[in-house]
Design a protein around this ligand. Structure first.
Ligand SMILES: O=c1ccn([C@@H]2O[C@H](COP(=O)(O)OP(=O)(O)O[C@H]3O[C@H](CO)[C@@H](O)[C@H](O)[C@H]3O)[C@@H](O)[C@H]2O)c(=O)[nH]1
Ligand SMILES: [Mn+2]
Length: 668
């Protein structure tokens, strides 16, 4: 089910051109939430580049507020945001003047080395670039120092809050309004109003569960409702900068549609990444998912919420059912300065909104995380929240404009990628086993085909069983010449060959149609196999243990930076195995078992008189050969590579032990 851009089932929505004719004054406010969790894994410079790109959307600034949620509770991030709020005074007019795209200064200056030819204001361009470079140097040196100097601390009252912060997991709520959109003095260098910018670090205490990103989002929803209370919320991960300044208007085309707009709870833009290598070695771009599967999902009754690049109607996040929705979005903004200045000062506003982000708030209001806001207790809080919203009667949409709306950082090492898939598959499996299981809970609420679409993801984890079976049993059986498949001459071979060949041909065709390479397809096949035998296995076991109360789930934040030499290998598309980890040990063990099985299989094929067609081990040996082919990068990393990304000797030794055990069990 392939659909072109914004092609909506039923086609009830108007075209994107509509936003040009919309009355600017009546546009609704938009609150943008950026989440960050750790200044080490998510460098403050990257975070503020995302914030700046969000501020620079082509949208009336008095209707825009950007909130940064910092679960790292770090003054380094606060400092970077302070720098960004100052720089925005130059950056926003600059973006307008030079029609900059993308509006993340980091991304823009990485590619644009000189001013666009049709502008003669060369000096202005250079001066802004220098301003950015200086800011970058200051932020990076402070970050690498690991603390904010006394001189800088004197620059803003907000730093005083860190006198009371004992650690990332133990501190009070910090709310700092760095740019107060209501303040007539909050203007850029051209005298135009600036969007509101707020730093939030919710309270954390060791005795209270903080519910990871879902907890952060819920604190943001409440604090923003006190400060700007825009009816539309956009949320992005801190690495996902805006690549298209029109995106807010694109999304509003749907929300503001007179006939159907009020039905929509959220509009999801695809995830896209700026650091994908030519052949996408870790299959991180998810090309086919984004281009084909998610559009099909949408056609099946609604897209799912991917946690980033998603616009929400605030009402739908406050637990309202679709039936209770208001029809018209409020065009008035709390931050409207036309004619009035709200009586309450920024300091007072900070004070009163703080309690909304305290740990005890949710104890007194236990509906949060269950009926209100994002859902708690699931490693894919986004998917579950989207599903629950759809079950409350709301619609959702997948919006895929030609120019990518947001660009983020894809994982750049094997372990990062496997770890991310572990979290995703575990979260999805959690949903399957929970009372929200769409197959049961969705009955009468969402269409069967949408329920089945969710199921494809929810069954990832249990899939490990089949994959492990095929990766282990046929190879070990070859050692004892036990035949598992029919002979090539028998008719029963047909279903096996059909399933195998049809699936490969189909996926290869798909990749080609959507502009991929053969090597990319191969990498995708390889990564699927690696994920199934590691990520899915771990998530499966974890979740089963959790069912019996033995395990707690933790949201491990994906590293967004790696060492230079690791990154160099990523760019050369060399797989990174250089860490001592159970996942790598499993991959190496399986690869060695496959190699042994294949060699034994070949030997027995060669040594017998029987023709290949009649030999009962032929298909099994071919399967072994394919597995060996899939595992080639692993053999290289064990035996041939010398760089730091090779398989560590200790991992190889451990794996050999496991292989010996497996072979002895098989042989005796
Ligand atoms: O306790 C936490 C943990 C994470 N985050 C933020 O959540 C975002 C996503 O985390 P990341 O480590 O980048 O995970 P990914 O696997 O890349 O995230 C995908 O999958 C998650 C669910 O597993 C969704 O929440 C994300 O939006 C989606 O992009 C980042 O901005 C983090 O700063 C928090 O704010 N608090
Ligand atoms: Mn991420």
């Amino acid at each position: 089910m392939k659909m072109k851009m914004n092609q909506v089932p039923g086609g009830e929505f108007y075209s994107l051109a509509r936003h040009n004719s919309y009355d600017e004054k009546s546009l609704p406010g938009v609150d943008i939430f950026v989440c960050t969790a750790d200044p080490k894994s998510e460098p403050p410079l990257m975070v503020i580049n995302t914030v700046l790109s969000m501020m620079a959307h082509n949208y009336p600034p008095e209707k825009l507020s950007v909130y940064l949620s910092d679960d790292g509770g770090s003054d380094l991030t606060f400092y970077a945001l302070l720098e960004a709020s100052r720089f925005s005074k130059e950056w926003l007019p600059f973006c307008k003047k030079f029609r900059v795209e993308p509006r993340s200064p980091g991304a823009y200056f990485r590619t644009a080395n000189s001013p666009p030819l049709d502008y003669d204001d060369h000096d202005h361009w250079i001066s802004i670039k220098n301003l950015y470079e200086d800011m970058k140097t200051r932020i990076e040196s402070t970050t690498s120092l690991g603390r904010v100097s006394q001189a800088i601390r004197g620059e803003h009252k907000g730093f005083r809050e860190w006198n009371f912060v004992s650690s990332k997991r133990d501190h009070q709520t910090i709310v700092q309004i760095l740019i107060d959109g209501r303040d007539p003095k909050a203007v850029d260098s051209e005298g135009q109003p600036l969007p509101t910018v707020v730093y939030l670090s919710r309270e954390k205490r060791p005795q209270y569960h903080h519910n990871y990103k879902a907890g952060a989002m819920n604190a943001l929803i409440r604090v923003s409702s006190r400060i700007s209370n825009a009816p539309i919320i956009l949320n992005v991960d801190c690495d996902m900068y805006s690549n298209n300044s029109q995106t807010v208007r694109d999304a509003l085309c749907f929300f503001l549609d007179e006939k159907k707009g009020h039905e929509i709870a959220f509009i999801q833009f695809p995830q896209a990444f700026e650091n994908i290598t030519k052949n996408d070695i870790y299959s991180a771009a998810m090309r086919i998912s984004m281009e084909v599967e998610y559009r099909g999902f949408d056609a099946n009754g609604g897209t799912f919420y991917m946690g980033t690049g998603c616009f929400h109607r605030r009402e739908s996040l406050s637990g309202k059912k679709y039936k209770e929705a208001t029809k018209v979005l409020d065009g008035k903004s709390k931050i409207d300065r036309v004619g009035k200045v709200e009586e309450i000062s920024a300091e007072a506003l900070e004070e009163t909104s703080k309690s909304l982000a305290n740990c005890t708030y949710e104890l007194e209001n236990p509906k949060w995380g269950k009926e209100m806001g994002l859902m708690y207790g699931c490693l894919v809080e986004d998917i579950l929240t989207g599903l629950v919203t759809q079950c409350r009667g709301w619609r959702s949409m997948f919006c895929t404009p030609e120019r990518k709306a947001f660009l983020g950082a894809a994982t750049t090492t094997l372990l990062q990628s496997l770890g991310q898939y572990k979290r995703w598959s575990e979260g999805n499996f959690q949903i399957l086993l929970s009372r929200y299981c769409p197959l049961i809970n969705g009955v009468g609420k969402i269409p069967l085909r949408l329920r089945l679409s969710y199921l494809c993801f929810e069954l990832w984890s249990p899939h490990c069983m089949a994959s492990l079976y095929y990766a282990i049993v046929p190879s070990l059986s070859l050692l004892r010449r036990i035949s598992l498949f029919p002979e090539m001459s028998k008719i029963w071979i047909v279903p096996f060959l059909y399933v195998f060949l049809a699936n490969r041909a189909y996926s290869l065709g798909e990749i080609f149609i959507w502009g991929g390479t053969y090597q990319e397809w191969l990498n995708d096949q390889r990564m699927s196999q690696y994920r199934r035998t590691t990520s899915f296995l771990f998530s499966f076991v974890n979740q089963i243990l959790r069912q019996f109360g033995y395990n707690e789930s933790a949201f491990g934040v994906t590293e967004k930076v790696v060492d230079d030499d690791v990154y160099k290998r990523y760019e050369q598309e060399l797989m990174e195995f250089g860490t001592n980890s159970p996942m790598i040990t499993i991959l190496v063990t399986l690869a060695l078992i496959n190699a042994l099985g294949f060699i034994w299989g070949l030997k027995s094929l060669v040594l017998t008189e029987q023709s290949l067609v009649l030999n009962p081990l032929t298909l099994q040996t071919i399967l072994g050969g394919l597995l060996v082919f899939i595992n080639l990068p692993i053999y290289q990393a064990i035996f041939l590579r010398k760089d730091k990304g090779r398989v560590p000797i200790s991992v190889t030794c451990q794996s050999i032990m496991f292989v010996l055990v497996a072979c002895s069990i098989a042989l005796y």
